[in-house]
Design a protein. Structure first.
Length: 79
């Protein structure tokens, strides 16, 4: 297991100081996508705008950003 930090850059930036253990980067990415979708859903349910340029960043224990998950990449809109 490795420790990953899931930072949220949204209306309010939240830096994950503690981090969580995941088996690998893909497992951390699954959680980051789920978290991003939760934030988007909360905005929609409360009538707030969703900025598709907001993002989650996955960083390793040393602070190196390994993956960026843009909100626009975790939802689909159809006409």
């Amino acid at each position: 297991m490795a420790r990953y930090h899931l930072h949220l850059f949204n209306d309010i930036d939240i830096i994950d100081e503690e981090g969580r253990d995941f088996p690998d980067l893909p497992a951390a990415e699954v959680e980051a996508v789920r978290s991003a979708r939760d934030v988007i859903a909360d905005h929609i349910l409360s009538g707030r705008p969703v900025c598709l340029h907001h993002r989650m960043e996955i960083a390793d224990a040393g602070g190196t950003v390994l993956k960026v998950i843009a909100f626009q990449d975790v939802v689909r809109f159809e006409p």
